[in-house]
Design a protein around this ligand. Structure first.
Ligand code: DGL
Length: 293
């Protein structure tokens, strides 16, 4: 495979999300690709994308991606499930040869590999679920899969508020998830579906939103130990490495100086405060550069 003409392997990888959620993906990328530099853009001024119409999500996502490309990136990771689900085809058309990686395809592949019964539940934002991108991507890997997708919009706010455990998170998770799984043994009453409807009995649950890994412990408490949880951050980082390798765009040498540059379209202080939980390390507000799109 020839080196991509016109793409410089020494450039950073662009990572884009509607806000701070994609920092969970950035953390996985940093761990997977220690040689690389990253520039992360959180479109905090327009967050949330998850309740917007497809046209709006596409418009916002292209604008944010344009800004990263203008700064000079060798590849773009769309670390937002909503933007990946809704805007990836438009990005592919617009950016041609630039390597693009979304989070939906790696998550779908991981779910298809994890399931035994073929019954897969996907939770995400309204826009992600409505567009059906996860359902299509999972079926490409496993045509006989039975898939149930559910919007859990409130989880986004809970994760941003830091209420990822405790009674409010638990009650929300029970309300959303009880119809998706069947718990067995002594736990069987804890998670019965409302009004006696039989649960979907998924054996695999895809956390199809950047915020949901923050609620992993609470979700686990509600669904029990028997259901596999798929979180696309690690698989997306692996897929990004494979893509760069295939295109011969891995960084030739370890970076010197700052590895991660953080950009946001609004609220550097809030980005730093809330984002620290998602990234798993302290962020100083001065690290966050405000940009206008
Ligand atoms: N980043 C979004 C996602 O993964 C969640 C937040 C939003 O709705 O913008 O779907």
């Amino acid at each position: 495979v020839p080196n991509d003409p016109g793409i410089d392997a020494r450039l950073p990888i662009g990572v884009f999300d509607s806000g701070v959620g994609g920092l969970t993906v950035l953390a996985a990328l940093c761990a997977q690709l220690p040689q690389e530099r990253f520039v992360y853009l959180g479109d905090t001024a327009r967050l949330p994308y998850g309740i917007k119409s497809p046209d709006t999500v596409v418009r916002y996502a292209l604008r944010a991606a344009d800004a990263l490309i203008h700064r000079g990136v060798k590849a773009l990771v769309i670390a937002c499930n909503t933007a990946s689900a809704v805007a990836l085809p438009a990005m592919g058309e617009r950016y041609g040869a630039l390597p693009l990686m979304g989070v939906v395809e790696p998550g779908a592949a991981a779910a298809a590999a994890a399931t035994r019964s073929g019954r897969i539940a996907v939770i995400g934002t309204e826009a992600t679920v409505r567009g059906g991108a996860y359902q299509r991507a999972i079926r490409r890997h496993r045509p006989d899969a039975q898939i149930r997708a559910l919007a859990c919009q409130l989880f986004v706010a809970l994760a941003e508020e830091g209420w990822t455990e405790g009674p409010v998170a638990l009650a929300s998770a029970e309300r959303y998830l009880s119809a998706l799984v069947t718990r067995t043994g002594s736990e069987s009453n804890a998670c019965d579906s409302p009004a006696g409807t039989p649960a979907f009995a998924a054996d695999t649950l895809v956390l199809g939103c950047t915020h949901f890994p923050m609620l992993r412990a609470t979700i686990r408490e509600v669904i029990g130990e028997g259901v596999r949880l798929v979180d696309s951050a690690a698989t997306t980082a692996q897929a990004t490495q494979a893509l760069l390798q295939a295109r011969r765009l891995l960084a030739p040498a370890a970076p010197t100086g700052r590895r991660v540059q953080l950009l946001a379209t609004d609220g550097a202080e809030r980005f730093a405060r809330v984002g620290a939980r998602f990234l798993g390390r302290h962020i100083a507000p001065a690290e966050v550069e405000l940009v206008d799109l």
